[in-house]
Design a protein around this ligand. Sequence first.
Ligand SMILES: Cc1cc2nc3c(=O)[nH]c(=O)nc-3n(C[C@H](O)[C@H](O)[C@H](O)COP(=O)(O)OP(=O)(O)OC[C@H]3O[C@@H](n4cnc5c(N)ncnc54)[C@H](O)[C@@H]3O)c2cc1C
Length: 428
Amino acid sequence: MWQRGAVTDSAPLDVDLALLGGGGAASLLLAALDRHDVRDLRIAVVDPVRRRGQDRTWAFWGHPGTDLDPLLSASWQQVEVATTARRRVLDLTPLRYAMLRSGPVYDQAAAAERRLDATRIVAPAETVTDDGTRVLVRTGDGRSIRAGWVLDSRPRPPARAGRTTWLQHFRGWWLEADRPVFDPARAVLMDFRTPQPPRGVSFGYVLPVSDRYALVEYTEFSPDLLTDAGYDAALAGYRDLLGLDPAGLRVREVENGVIPMTDAPFPARPSPRVVRLGTAGGATRPSTGFTFSAMYRQADQVARALAVGRPPVPQAAYPRRHRWMDAVALRALDRGGVGGPDFFDRLFDRNPAERVLRFLDGVTTPAEEVAIMNSTRLLPMIAATAGDAAHRVRDRLRPTRPAPVVPPAVVGDPLGSEPGGGGAPRPT
Ligand SMILES: Cc1cc2nc3c(=O)[nH]c(=O)nc-3n(C[C@H](O)[C@H](O)[C@H](O)COP(=O)(O)OP(=O)(O)OC[C@H]3O[C@@H](n4cnc5c(N)ncnc54)[C@H](O)[C@@H]3O)c2cc1C
């Protein structure tokens, strides 16, 4: 008879569901299983790290009224999109833009894990062998798990190189001001007044949680990372652009990250009983790097399926036509046919904000997508479409190239000096 925790080298732990990776996607999944009252499954969670505390901040849009509402640090009905030509204030009703820090998400998942009576294995999953009816997982501490299904969110490169490979890379400062300097009623979604890189797009953004406390971030969509000093200088430049006086600010936390932006394939179902979730499963939108909404949606779909005894297979994170449109847009941005600020400015200028945001989440109708496409510059997009088609043909004819590995984020010494930062405040 199966016993929870009775794991030895010779006796695999038998479970219905093994979650490999316990980060964002798995945390949302555990919460969804709990929410949908999935109580009769044997679950194992395998991760060498037990995720806790603030290691990232998720910003996303959606309808209010979900189980995430009590966990939010802030939400905004209005957001700004700024270019050198204008500042546009968008009313997102009926959606809202929201900020969720990782700590409450991991806490919610830990509580769900306890209620689901899941077995936690603090070790890396190393080999995964799917025989079509069961999956055998071997972990780094010599144990093995025999699972009915594996939900795998371990970070991994795509199956092969994409036609365009960019990175979304960023550094953010949690700034505390000694007087009111932020407008908590409004977030800055994208501020393209930052100096634009020779190849790529840059923007800043501001997510205020009060009039004295905000996450201020500098982001690039481009092929290569900056140096530590480069991020500090860019962020200090953006702070100055916002008119914030460094003397009245303290950096309370620093957040760094790198997210893949590529049209390379992330197979979501590598074998019959293995389903990939999160970034590894294609939940990261190639044209924006936004991932959270797709992870949340897929977690809910998996939990609903399991609650009624169906296989835990979610819908694709994004429809195929969206992935194609993203490939074309990425190509147009990368090959210089379209300027990033102009591209996003036109999207928000010629469409209701809600339509653009739903499009970026992959949930618009084909008619809405035609309207979105009509708001981009026609000739460069036609050129990018033709280039993409030719590239696909070339890819079929030549051997598969491996995808480059996503590099780790550049993490500077948070207490060190900030060269080129123009007197940027130091974390205290
Ligand atoms: C700093 C940062 C900020 C972000 N902000 C946003 C945002 O605002 N909005 C948005 O939509 N997206 C955002 N993203 C992108 C995306 O939402 C996150 O990366 C999200 O955490 C992805 O979830 P995941 O489960 O795919 O990966 P992760 O959360 O990275 O989880 C992967 C897990 O796998 C574990 N693991 C690694 N190797 C093994 C192994 N061998 N065996 C078992 N487990 C293993 C890791 O320890 C980790 O816990 C951000 C990303 C970063 C890095």
